[in-house]
Design a binder for this molecule. Structure first.
Ligand SMILES: C[S@@+](CC[C@H](N)C(=O)[O-])C[C@H]1O[C@@H](n2cnc3c(N)ncnc32)[C@H](O)[C@@H]1O
Length: 298
């Protein structure tokens, strides 16, 4: 065991490729392995001091390389070149290998978006409301690609938390992003992140989703923010929006089957709880809309 740790530390010390920006996945994995040992559970046998010092130095070196990459991407976003800077990480080889949990992309994205730790108290949730958990970054990149979001779109994240989805979508596509979130502490954090990155096409509104104005949205995103009567209310409002213009919906998590059961919607592509599922108004609904509009013009 002790020898295994020596061998691991020596191998990591000798592997300078871990400092290259493109070795994000390997660098984060190496840092995680070091942290697993450095952050010791009570009762665990301490690592011998000289080996511990080497591990700390190695971790600091990797963290510096990581910080340098994040700072370069932040600078690019401020210049309006964020899509280019993040392009390498949007490649499918970085995505969806394991649909569960967070990975190296989330480590990068949280450094790039650089949210402050919320200091104020978070209000209790009412019935049917789901606690905050960010969408893993690889699903956001998957959403951008599969929904073919462009700078002509307005993405509305219903229950946006700290704003990962509107922020990343706007950075990567130039789309407008609107985050609707009932918890003002998260909204403040999201706004601070947007301001620091000079993202002027992203807006965060502290509001209950049932009260929100949906009239500007073209893509609506739900990472299971609520269920029951709140979801029913919001879906009814979206159905109303779909009678006058084309909209797309994207879901992740347990709300997907309830959205899939809506007769006015049809899924586009695969449906799964642990993947982004895309929906559009069912073809009959869309042709009713066209008929209605044509009728108005005659
Ligand atoms: C699972 S998190 C999703 C966060 C974000 N959409 C993302 O994917 O990164 C659900 C969020 O919805 C918010 N929420 C729950 N009920 C809400 C409501 N009625 N109106 C607005 N936000 C709500 C919660 O405060 C929480 O931040």
């Amino acid at each position: 065991m002790k020898d295994d740790l020596h061998t691991l530390v020596l191998a990591l010390e000798q592997d300078d490729s871990l400092l290259q920006p493109a070795k994000l996945r390997e660098r984060i994995r190496a840092m995680d392995r070091l942290e697993d040992v450095l952050i010791q559970a009570p009762g665990e046998r301490p690592v011998e001091p000289s080996l511990r010092a080497r591990m700390e130095a190695l971790h600091a070196r990797l963290a510096d390389a990581q910080r340098e990459l994040s700072l370069a991407i932040r600078e690019a976003i401020r210049r309006g070149d964020g899509a280019q800077a993040l392009h390498a990480w949007m490649h499918p080889s970085h995505q969806l290998q394991d649909p569960q949990g967070y990975d190296h992309l989330d480590a990068l994205v949280s450094e790039v978006l650089s949210f402050d730790e919320p200091t104020a108290e978070i209000a209790d949730l009412d019935a049917d409301m789901v606690f905050y958990q960010p969408t893993p970054a690889r699903h956001i990149f998957d959403l951008i690609g599969r929904a073919a979001i462009t700078d002509a779109d307005v993405l509305v994240d219903l229950g946006s938390g700290l704003g990962h989805v509107p922020l990343l979508v706007s950075i990567c596509t130039g789309a407008q992003g609107i985050g609707i979130e009932r918890e003002p502490v998260y909204v403040d954090g999201a706004r601070r992140s947007a301001r620091a990155l000079k993202l002027d096409r992203v807006t965060f509104i502290a509001q209950d989703a049932r009260e929100a104005d949906f009239s500007r949205g073209t893509v609506f995103y739900l990472y299971t923010p609520f269920s029951g009567t709140i979801l029913r209310n919001v879906l009814d409002q979206l159905k109303q929006q779909a009678t006058s213009r084309p909209i797309r919906l994207a879901t992740l998590g347990p709300c997907t089957p309830m959205v899939a059961a809506e007769p006015w919607l049809e899924a586009v592509g695969p449906q799964a709880l642990d993947r982004i599922t895309l929906f559009r108004p069912a073809q009959r609904q869309a042709s009713d809309r066209q008929g209605g509009l044509a009728g108005c013009g005659t």
